[in-house]
Design a protein around this ligand. Structure first.
Ligand code: ADP
Ligand code: MG
Length: 946
């Protein structure tokens, strides 16, 4: 086959070549069947579907019927859509069927390539999901490709944002279901909060093809999907603390400006090292301060800063710098936290403002206090805990407010619109309406901008995309840009990447980068280039990294009288439409990096002769992949085209990650003021910087996954049990729990080692009452009852009788419903609390990692302990609730109604990332003699508790 004869690679043959060679015979088989399929009538072609299904029933494998099934789809596509899938698309289809990632360049027709594996895998009737990056594409692809499936007798559904549960069930019940990653993920979470099996919308997670897979599994991997409900406290924290934090911010901005002044002065006196120290102060105080940014444009200044930074951090002298500040900003780590000085200012005269009570010590002290009656003790303990929690949330609010002021830029990271803070997607530049930063950061931004601070929410359910997609029995993906991230796909998702050759030769010309000293010069040059092309009528697509930059460029173009469209979050609906026109004669389109992804840019008449679409990048992204996506907009299907990136030393990537190397290089190759530089070495240096950032980000994502794995196991277990509770009769479970509970009560109150006379039977009566709402008197207990065994039997008999009475009173149906209701409610309640506890453990562990413990192991250990405790509490509470229910019918209805009314919010996390660790509650411990919660079967003290 033509595309396999790349003469340069021939001698060695890469792994990819070998893969392609392996697939070639299968493509030949598909091709060989073509004339046979062409001869069939429409009905005959469609009747292949039931025939395939029969073959599968008779034990044939999907691999065996692949060639014929693919040939059927190819013919159906030609008849319905007038497109005959190319050989390269067939190869892509096989790769997808094998559960791998097919890298196929933009415009190669991935949408169509997917129909072949989708059809094949839909045959067993277990449902195939096709995942797109937005609603628009889900609808478009479902309609467009739907023609093929329907022709062949398969049903197609599409999950859209506004659908209700009935409609969703229908869509999920189809053979093929299109939808966005968000919808699929949220439906999974919502299903696991349902109270009846028949309300669940998803079927099993069998096979998914993820379109633009890098965007979903890499860019978005770190962001968890969160369903949350409101909590009552802490709004006022944000409102109240805004003013003090704002004035702290102003104060430190001023201070930073003074540091800069001093640094310049010292430099004038040739006191370079001291100048560096001042720069370091300014940078730790306010890295985003305009004057700080300005002074650091100078390569020499950056070098001084770097030197000081290295010296101080090596000598552990950073505290000396921080001492003079009110709070410290660690730009790279995205951390902001107050110093002692800052705390004093915020606390004014309240010395205990930031001091958290030591819970364990305080509780112990209260318990030991002989002057307190039991009720007073309980009340005091409650007070200490309340104070602790109040301060914890308040400290957290302060940190988040500081972060909002010092690190988040209006119109860069977020915009304010109609009294709302809208997040700007870091990768696409799109606004994300309805999404909120988690962990109080959104509230902090609202307070900062003086808009209404919305209710803080509590997490009810959460899953990351990583974990959601790893649940599919088979997963595949497609994108134009996967190769740079192949190791990550392999390691985390066990997905191989196969690079599929293009159908026609790619002839786009990628020019090397041009670098300017300042951003101003850079944009001037960009405008000049646009102007020149526009004069010829050749279309240009300009990529920017943010809405702010898009608008800045747009203003400059307006000044020059150049007609253009701006494509960003603000006209989201029209995005696809505008991008589609970007290849027409005379069109100038400015777009944030990935806006309009998935839309085909067809060249208009006469444009080919002019050289096709020209792409201008105005900044390099952290990941090479994103730059490649921008470039890939041009040169589709063998079209001519070209691309070039314009950079400046003020760009974030350069400033933060590559400053020294590049500045050094610039000097070596001799850069003059006001003159751009274009040099292979520099492109190389930038690429290296990108590789470093990519590796760093990969690490962060991997770490997140390791932590999340712990939660993931727990979630799967709880959800599995929940599902069981939806489907099974719970009576035996409840009866078992009753028995366990009775045994536990006796064990706690009747010490095996102590004499029977020493047992506190009053306390046992109380506990029994509180657990089962049954009053018993053990005072006159017969002698035979005064053994642990005897007590156990006596109490169990009482409890079982009460249970039987209830069932008689309510009738079996209501009793079963109540059992289910009560179990699900308690599971949900404690699971929610557990999510919070796990977060706090994670944060607390961050602090302890200084103490030479492996934070991950520690996290697992404590995580298991709280999980086990949660399971115990679920049992206790479910039983308690069951025995307390009085008017069965009414309560049952109320329970159900309460569940339905509860407002929930769907959101993307992200705010918590890189947050400063908070002090946290210690997890309560598993008893040393209890079986270890890790399931080893050993005692806790001999296993994880060692
Ligand atoms: P991708 O997702 O790979 O960027 P699309 O699936 O959007 O590409 O397809 C790009 C364009 O190519 C579409 O306009 C589609 O109609 C066209 N196309 C795809 N496959 C074929 C084919 N086999 N024959 C003709 N046109 C095709
Ligand atoms: Mg596409």
């Amino acid at each position: 086959m033509l595309f396999l004869t790349n003469p340069l690679k021939k001698v060695f043959g890469t792994k990819n070549d070998r893969e392609l060679r392996r697939l070639a015979p299968v493509v030949d088989e598909v091709n060989a069947l073509e004339s046979k399929m062409r001869a069939l009538s429409d009905e005959e072609l469609a009747s292949c579907t039931p025939r395939f299904r029969e073959q599968l029933d008779d034990g044939a494998s999907l691999d065996e019927i692949l060639p014929e099934a693919f040939a059927v789809v190819r013919e159906a596509s030609a008849r319905t859509l007038g497109m005959r899938p190319f050989d390269v698309q067939v190869i892509g289809g096989i790769v997808l069927h094998e559960g791998k990632i097919a890298e196929m360049k933009t415009g190669e027709g991935k949408t169509l390539a997917a129909t072949m594996p989708v059809y094949l895998n839909a045959l067993p009737g277990r449902g195939v999901h096709v995942v797109t990056v937005n609603d628009y594409l889900a609808r478009r692809d479902a309609e467009w490709m739907g023609a093929i499936y329907k022709f062949l007798g398969l049903s197609v559904g599409v999950i859209l944002n506004h659908l209700n549960d009935r409609e969703r069930q229908l869509a999920y019940g189809s053979d093929v279901t299109y939808g966005t990653n968000n919808e699929f993920g949220f439906d999974y979470l919502r299903d696991n909060m349902k109270f009846r099996r028949e309300d669940c919308v998803q079927r099993e997670l069998f096979y998914a093809i993820v379109d633009e897979v890098d965007s979903i599994l890499i860019d978005e991997a770190r962001t968890p999907l969160i369903i949350s409900g409101p909590v009552e406290y802490s709004i006022k924290d944000y409102e109240k603390l805004r003013a003090p934090v704002a004035s702290l911010f102003q104060r430190q901005q001023k201070q930073a400006s003074q540091f800069i002044g001093q640094a310049r002065k010292l430099l004038g006196e040739d006191r370079e090292y001291e100048a560096g120290e001042m720069l370091l102060r300014a940078h730790r105080a306010a890295p985003k301060h305009p004057e700080v940014l300005e002074v650091l444009e100078d390569g020499r200044m950056r070098k001084l800063l770097k030197e000081a930074e290295q010296d101080y951090s090596l000598a552990k002298r950073m505290p000396e710098v921080d001492e003079s500040l009110c709070y410290v900003v660690e730009e790279r780590e995205r951390n902001v936290y107050p110093t002692e000085r800052g705390k004093d200012i915020i606390a004014r005269n309240d010395q205990g403002f930031f001091v958290l009570p030591e819970l364990e010590v305080e509780t112990e002290r209260i318990n030991q206090d002989p002057s307190l009656a039991p009720e007073e003790k309980a009340k005091k303990r409650q007070q200490v805990r309340a104070e602790y929690e109040m301060k914890l949330t308040r400290n957290h609010a302060i940190n988040q407010l500081l972060k909002a002021f010092a690190l988040f830029g209006k119109d860069v990271d977020y915009v304010v619109k109609d009294g709302q803070i809208l997040i700007v997607d870091e990768f696409t530049g799109r606004l994300l309406p309805g999404r909120r930063y988690s962990d109080g950061l959104h509230q902090a931004l609202e307070a900062k901008e003086g808009v209404k601070v919305a209710q803080e929410n509590q997490t009810l359910a959460t899953v990351t995309f990583q974990n959601y997609f790893r649940m599919y029995e088979k997963l595949a993906g497609m994108t134009g840009t996967a190769d740079t991230e192949a190791p990550e796909f392999a390691k985390i998702y066990k997905l191989d990447v196969v690079v599929i050759p293009t159908n026609k030769k790619m002839i786009r010309k990628d020019y090397s980068d041009v670098i300017y000293k300042t951003e101003r010069e850079k944009f001037k040059a960009v405008v000049e280039e646009i102007q020149e092309l526009d004069r010829m009528g050749r279309p240009v697509l300009v990529g920017t990294v943010s809405i702010e930059k898009s608008e800045r460029l747009s203003k400059m173009l307006i000044k020059q009288g150049i007609k253009h469209s701006v494509l960003n979050a603000k006209n989201h609906e029209k995005e696809a439409e505008i991008v589609a026109r970007a290849g027409q004669r005379g069109s100038v389109t400015i777009s944030t990096n990935m806006a309009g992804r998935g839309t085909d840019i067809v060249l208009g008449p006469g444009v080919v002769e002019m050289g096709g679409l020209h792409i201008i990048g105005t900044e390099r992204h952290e990941a090479r992949r994103i730059d490649n996506q921008l470039r890939g907009r041009s040169g589709r299907q063998g079209d001519p085209g070209s691309s070039r990136f314009y950079l400046s030393l003020e760009d974030d990537l350069m400033r933060i990650f590559a400053a020294d190397r590049i500045a050094g290089l610039m000097e070596r190759v001799g850069m003059e003021e006001d003159e751009p530089i274009e040099h292979g070495l520099i492109s190389k240096a930038i690429e290296n910087a990108q590789k470093r950032v990519e590796a760093q980000n990969f690490n962060v994502r991997k770490q997140l996954l390791e932590y999340d794995d712990v939660m993931n196991q727990q979630r799967e277990m709880i959800y599995e049990q929940r599902l069981q509770a939806l489907e099974d009769d719970l009576q035996p479970v409840i009866l078992d729990m009753i028995e366990d509970m009775v045994a536990e009560l006796v064990d706690t109150h009747c010490d095996e080692e102590a004499a029977a006379e020493e047992w506190n039977l009053r306390a046992l009566e109380d506990a029994f009452f509180s657990q089962f709402s049954i009053a018993v008197s053990l005072k006159g207990a017969e002698d035979e009852h005064l053994t642990r065994e005897g007590l156990r039997e006596f109490l169990l008999e009482k409890a079982n009788r009460a249970y039987a009475d209830k069932e008689k009173e309510w009738g079996p149906q209501i009793t079963r419903d109540l059992e289910r209701m009560v179990t699900l409610q308690t599971v949900d309640h404690f699971w929610r609390e557990h999510l919070l506890a796990m977060d706090q453990i994670k944060e607390g562990i961050g602090l302890r990692s200084y103490a030479q413990v492996n934070p991950l192991i520690e996290y697992k250990r404590e995580g298991l302990a709280v999980f086990q405790e949660m399971v115990d509490r679920i049992k206790r509470e479910a039983i308690r609730m069951f025995f307390r229910v009085q008017v069965a019918r009414k309560e049952a209805e109320e329970l159900e109604a309460a569940q339905e009314q509860q407002p929930v919010y769907l959101s993307h996390g992200g705010g918590a990332e890189g947050a400063k660790p908070q002090p946290t509650k210690r997890a309560s411990k598993v008893g040393r003699n209890e079986p270890c919660p890790c399931g080893s079967g050993k005692k806790y003290k001999k296993c994880c508790g060692r």
